[in-house]
Design a protein around this ligand. Structure first.
Ligand code: BGC
Length: 740
C-alpha cells in the first residue's frame, strides 16, 4: 500500500518539524510572537545570539546584496561570482555569512563570463507532473547538495505560485494550478533542499501569477478566495517543507506591495500559519523602510536592485528614532538566525567543494524525475512506444539533434560542457535561450535499429519530404518561456503550427514532442497520431525523452495544469497589462475566478479543455475497484484498488476529487496516489483527503468550516475522467486558519 501524501522517506525526515507545527495553536492564532524558547532549541539559540549583537550587527544581518555586478556597481568581494546574493556574517559570534543561489531546478548563475556549470532538474512543472513527492524530494536533495558543495547555504526555491494565468512566463518554475498538488510537491522540494543544511526559500509570496507588469500590477482578490487557492498552496508547502525563508513578491495585493503587506506577512504567514522563519524581499521588491519593517519584511535582498538601501542606514535611524521598535529589529534578526540554526547552516559551514560533485549520479536523479514527469497526451493506434520493426524515423525541429530546451531567467542553470546551441534567444537577461547538451536524437539512436534522419524544420517543404520518406515522424516543438515575460498567446511560436500541419499532411504517423513551459494550443491535434509533453526536461532530458518514446519506461506523468482549447476559455481571455506602456500601473482582477483556478474554472463554466488537469496516458492499462470512503481524522479516508490490466509494467495516478454543491467550483482535488504496478499486479491505496479541500474559508471568523452533510468522493484518472463515486456524510467541523 502506498500513501503519496505521507511519503515515508521525507515524512520521517520531517516528523519533528510537523510535530512542532501542529502543536502550536497559540502561535498559529495570534499576532506574530517568537515561539516559546523552551520548545525549540533553535529559537533559544537565536534569541541568545541576538542579545549579544550590537545595533550595527543586527542591521548587517537584515541587509542583503546582489552577488553580481549591477549597473556598474560591484558586489561585496566575499560574494560568490555571478551569484544571486550575499549577506554579511558576524564572525565574532560565529554567525556565518549567507551565500544565496537561485533556485528551484539547480544551482543557477547570473549571466556572464564565469557561469558555474551544474546539474539541472527538469522544470518545476515537470516535477509536479510526476505527482510523486518522493521523487521531488530526491531531486531537490540532489540540487541542495550541489548548492552546498558550491559554497551556498541559502537556496531561492521552491516556487509555488499557482498557474492561475497559463500564459505566465514563469509557470515552468512552479508546480501547477491546484493548491494541494502544488503545495505537496513544492513542500517535498523544500524538505529535499534543506536536508543538506541549506535554507530553502519559498517564493513568491503572493499572487505573483503573471510577469507582465510584475512590479506595477495590483492584484485584486478577496481573502477567503485566496486562502482556498494561492495561499493554500503556500500553506501546504510550508507545512510539508518547513522552509527557513519565504520571499515576498514584486506585485501589490489589494493596494499595498506584497513586501510591505501587514495582512499577508504579519497576519496570515507569521500569525495564522505560525511561520517562524524570515521574509526576504524579491530583488527590487522593497519600497520603504518603516512600512516594510513594521509590515513583516525581515530582510531586504539584492541591493542595489532597490531604489534605496532601506534596511541599512535608514533602518538604523528609524530604530534609533523609535519609529521601528528595536524589538522588531530583534525579531527580524532572530527569525534569520532561527532559520540558519534550525536548518543546520550555522553548524555546517560551506565552502567551495564543487570538485566533489558527482555529476553522473546527479544526472541520473534528474533523469528519473524527467521520465516520470513526461506526459503522453495522445497515442492513436499505439504509435508509441516506437515499435521494434520501425525502419525509418524522421526527426524534425527543436534542435533535437543537439539538446533539450530549458526555461530562462534567474533560475537558469548552465549545463556542463556549455550550451548545445549557441547564440539563441535574447542577448541580454532573461537570455540566453539555453539548450542543454543531451540530444534526444542521439539518445534514441542508442535504442533503435531504425535509421534516423534529421531535418531542422526551417523549410516546410523539406520537412514534409523527410516526413513522407519515414515510417514514423517525431517533430520536436519548442516554446521558450522565461522570467520577466509572459507568452503573448498559447500558440506555439515561430510558425511551428504550420510546420506540424505540413509534416502531418505528409505522414499521419507523426508524434509531436513538446518542450514547453506550460500549455499550448494544438490546431493540428486531429491530424497527428501522438503528442508527448516533455516540458523542459533537464540535464538528462534527451535520455529521458528517448526512454519514454522507446518504451523503456512507462509514460506516467499527468498534467498538473489544464491545457485550454483556446484563450477564450480563460477567466481573462486577454492578459491584463499586455498593451500598456512600460511601467504603467494597473489592476488584475482575480475575483473573476476567485478560488476557481484551472480545472475548477473549466468545470464551473462547462468548458471542455484540450486536455484536462490530471490527464496522461500510459503504455499499459489500469482498472480501479472497491472505492470506499469514511469519515476519519476530521476529514475523509478513501481506499480503492488499482490493477495493471495490461502486459507492461507501469505507474497509475489515481486521483480523488471531492464535490459538494455551493463551493467555488463543482469539485476539488482532495488527494491522489502514484502506484507502480507490474503487469497483472494489484494494490490497494489509502488516501487521506486534506480537510481544507472539504472546507470553506470563512472570512468573518477567520476559520475553515466543514459543513454538515453529504460529500461526493470521486475516484478519477483525470479531472474529466471519473471512474467511481461514493457519498460520505460528515458532521460539521471548524478549525483554525493555520490548522487542518
Ligand atoms: C526573481 C527571484 C530570484 C531573484 C534573485 C528575481 O528577479 O524574481 O525569483 O530569486 O531575482 O535572482
Amino acid at each position: 500500500m502506498t500513501k503519496p501524501l505521507q511519503p515515508t522517506r521525507w515524512a520521517l525526515a520531517l516528523a519533528a518539524a510537523f510535530a512542532v507545527q501542529f502543536t502550536l495553536p497559540a502561535a498559529a492564532q495570534s499576532a506574530p510572537q517568537p515561539q516559546s524558547q523552551s520548545q525549540d532549541p533553535a529559537q533559544a539559540r537565536a534569541a541568545k545570539l541576538v542579545s549579544q549583537m550590537t545595533l550595527d550587527e543586527k542591521i548587517s544581518l537584515v541587509f542583503g546584496y546582489f552577488g553580481t555586478e549591477f549597473q556598474g556597481k560591484q558586489p561585496p568581494k566575499e560574494a560568490l561570482v555571478q551569484s544571486a546574493g550575499y549577506v554579511k556574517g558576524i564572525e565574532r559570534l560565529g554567525i556565518t555569512a549567507q551565500w544565496l543561489t537561485d533556485a528551484g531546478i539547480g544551482v543557477a548563475s547570473q549571466p556572464g563570463k564565469k557561469v558555474r556549470e551544474r546539474t539541472s532538474l527538469p522544470a518545476g512543472i515537470a516535477t509536479a507532473a510526476t505527482w510523486n513527492p518522493e521523487l521531488a524530494f530526491k531531486g531537490a536533495a540532489m540540487i541542495g547538495k550541489e548548492a552546498r558543495l558550491s559554497g551556498f547555504n541559502v537556496m531561492l526555491g521552491g516556487s509555488v505560485n499557482l498557474a492561475r494565468e497559463p500564459r505566465n512566463g514563469r509557470n515552468f518554475e512552479y508546480t501547477g494550478e491546484d493548491p494541494l498538488l502544488a503545495g505537496v510537491m513544492a513542500g517535498a522540494q523544500i524538505a529535499g533542499v534543506q536536508s543538506n543544511h541549506v535554507v530553502s526559500t519559498l517564493k513568491h509570496f503572493a499572487y505573483n501569477d503573471q510577469e507582465t507588469g510584475r512590479n506595477q500590477v495590483n492584484v485584486k482578490i478577496a481573502d477567503p478566495a485566496g486562502r482556498m487557492s494561492d495561499l493554500l498552496a503556500f500553506q501546504v508547502a510550508i507545512e510539508r517543507g518547513n522552509p527557513g525563508s519565504v520571499m515576498c513578491s514584486y506585485n501589490r495585493v489589494n493596494g499595498p506591495y506584497a513586501c510591505e503587506h501587514d495582512h499577508l506577512l504579519n497576519k496570515v504567514l507569521k500569525g495564522d500559519w505560525g511561520f517562524k522563519g524570515y521574509v526576504m524581499s524579491d530583488w527590487g521588491a522593497t519600497h520603504s523602510t518603516i512600512p516594510a519593517a513594521l509590515s513583516g519584511l525581515d530582510q531586504q535582498s539584492g541591493y542595489p536592485f532597490d531604489k534605496s538601501p532601506y534596511f541599512d542606514g535608514a533602518l538604523k535611524e528609524a530604530v534609533q528614532n523609535g519609529h521601528v521598535p528595536e524589538s522588531r529589529l530583534d525579531d527580524m534578526a532572530r527569525r534569520i538566525l532561527w532559520a540558519l540554526g534550525a536548518h543546520g547552516a550555522l553548524d555546517h559551514p560551506v565552502k567551495d567543494e564543487s570538485q566533489k560533485i558527482d555529476y553522473t549520479a546527479h544526472g541520473k536523479i534528474s533523469q528519473l524525475d524527467a521520465e516520470e514527469g513526461i506526459v503522453l497526451l495522445k497515442n492513436d493506434g499505439g504509435v508509441l512506444p516506437l515499435a521494434g520493426n520501425v525502419k525509418r524515423i524522421a526527426i524534425i525541429g527543436g534542435h533535437a539533434n543537439k539538446g533539450v530546451l530549458s526555461g530562462g531567467g534567474s533560475a537558469q542553470v548552465y549545463p556542463r560542457g556549455g550550451l548545445a546551441v549557441p547564440n539563441e534567444g535574447p542577448k541580454q537577461w532573461p537570455g540566453p535561450m539555453a539548450y542543454l547538451p543531451d540530444s534526444p536524437m542521439q539518445a534514441l539512436a542508442k535504442r533503435t535499429k531504425a535509421v534516423l534522419s534529421w531535418n531542422d524544420g526551417k523549410d516546410l517543404a523539406a520537412a514534409a519530404k523527410a516526413a513522407a520518406a519515414a515510417d514514423v515522424v517525431l517533430v520536436f516543438a519548442t516554446q521558450w518561456t522565461s522570467e520577466g515575460n509572459d507568452v503573448p498567446s498559447l500558440a506555439l511560436p515561430n510558425k511551428q503550427d504550420a510546420l506540424i500541419e505540413a509534416v502531418a499532411r505528409a505522414n499521419r504517423k507523426t508524434v509531436v514532442v513538446l518542450q514547453t513551459g506550460g500549455p499550448v494550443t494544438m490546431p493540428w491535434l486531429p491530424n497527428v497520431a501522438g503528442v508527448v509533453e516533455a516540458w523542459y526536461p533537464g540535464s538528462n532530458g534527451g535520455e529521458a525523452i528517448a526512454r519514454v518514446l522507446s518504451g523503456e519506461v512507462d509514460a506516467s506523468g499527468r498534467l498538473p495544469q489544464t491545457f485550454p482549447a483556446s484563450e477564450a476559455q480563460l477567466p481573462r481571455p486577454k492578459l491584463d497589462g499586455i498593451d500598456l506602456p512600460k511601467d504603467s500601473r494597473f489592476d488584475v482582477d482575480y475575483n473573476i475566478e476567485g478560488a476557481a483556478v484551472g480545472y475548477k474554472w473549466f468545470d464551473l463554466k462547462g468548458h471542455k479543455p484540450l486536455f484536462a488537469f490530471g490527464h496522461g496516458l500510459s503504455y499499459t492499462s489500469f482498472s480501479h475497484a472497491n472505492l470506499k470512503a469514511e469519515p476519519a481524522e476530521g476529514a475523509i479516508r478513501v481506499s480503492f484498488s488499482t490493477t495493471n490490466t495490461g502486459r507492461r509494467d507501469g505507474k497509475a495516478v489515481p486521483q480523488v476529487y471531492v464535490a459538494r454543491a455551493g463551493w467555488e467550483a463543482p469539485k476539488r482535488l482532495g488527494g491522489w496516489d502514484k502506484v507502480p504496478l507490474k503487469a497483472g499486479e494489484s494494490r490497494t491505496s489509502t488516501v487521506l483527503v486534506d480537510p481544507r479541500t472539504l472546507a470553506v474559508f470563512d472570512g468573518a471568523s477567520g476559520k475553515w468550516k466543514i459543513a454538515a452533510g453529504d460529500y461526493q468522493v470521486i475516484l478519477a484518472t483525470a479531472a474529466d475522467a471519473p471512474v467511481a463515486t461514493v457519498t460520505v456524510r460528515l458532521a460539521a467541523r471548524e478549525f483554525a486558519a493555520g490548522g487542518r
